[in-house]
Design a protein around this ligand. Structure first.
Ligand SMILES: [Zn+2]
Length: 147
C-alpha cells in the first residue's frame, strides 16, 4: 500500500541517460517538482524552493532569470493584441468598457501564467540537465562555485 502512496519519480532512460522532457515540463507548469510531481516547486508566488520537500531534489541552482517574464509577455501579447482588434471591430464597445476589460484580462492572464512558466522553465532545465542539474554540478563551467 505504501508504494501506491509514493510519488511517481521520473527516471532517466537507462541507455541515453535522458530525463523525460514532456512529463517534467507538465509537472513544472503545474508548479510541481519535475522529478516527483508531488512536492511544490515554488513558495509564496514566484520563489523557487531550494529543495523539493517530498523527494529532496535540489533546485537552488536553477537559472530561470528573465525567461518566465519574457514568455509571459510573448504569450499574453500575442493573445491580447489580436483580441483587442477583433473585439473593437466586431462589437465597437465603449472605450472605457474596452479599456477596463482588457486591462483586467491582461493583468489576470499575466499573473496566472508567470509562476506556471517559471515552473516550466525550471523543469526544462532539470530535464535537459542544464546548469546545476547535471550529475556533477561543479563540472558545469556556467556554474559559480557554491563552496
Ligand atoms: Zn520532488
Amino acid at each position: 500500500m505504501t508504494e501506491m502512496m509514493a510519488p511517481a519519480l521520473l527516471v532517466e532512460d537507462e541507455e541515453t541517460g535522458e530525463r523525460p522532457f514532456w512529463p517534467a515540463l507538465r509537472r513544472g507548469f503545474m508548479c510541481r517538482c519535475p522529478k516527483c510531481g508531488a512536492g511544490p516547486l515554488l513558495k509564496n508566488y514566484l520563489t523557487v524552493r531550494d529543495h523539493c520537500p517530498v523527494c529532496g531534489e535540489a533546485f537552488y541552482h536553477h537559472r530561470a532569470d528573465d525567461g518566465p517574464a519574457y514568455l509571459t509577455i510573448l504569450i499574453v501579447g500575442h493573445l491580447m493584441a489580436p483580441m483587442i482588434y477583433w473585439v473593437f471591430v466586431t462589437f465597437r464597445p465603449e472605450p472605457m468598457v474596452m479599456a477596463t476589460f482588457f486591462t483586467l484580462g491582461t493583468a489576470i492572464l499575466a499573473l496566472a501564467l508567470l509562476p506556471r512558466l517559471k515552473g516550466a522553465i525550471v523543469a526544462l532545465q532539470w530535464a535537459k540537465r542544464m546548469h546545476g542539474f547535471t550529475e556533477n554540478p561543479s563540472s558545469d563551467p556556467a556554474m559559480p562555485d557554491h563552496a
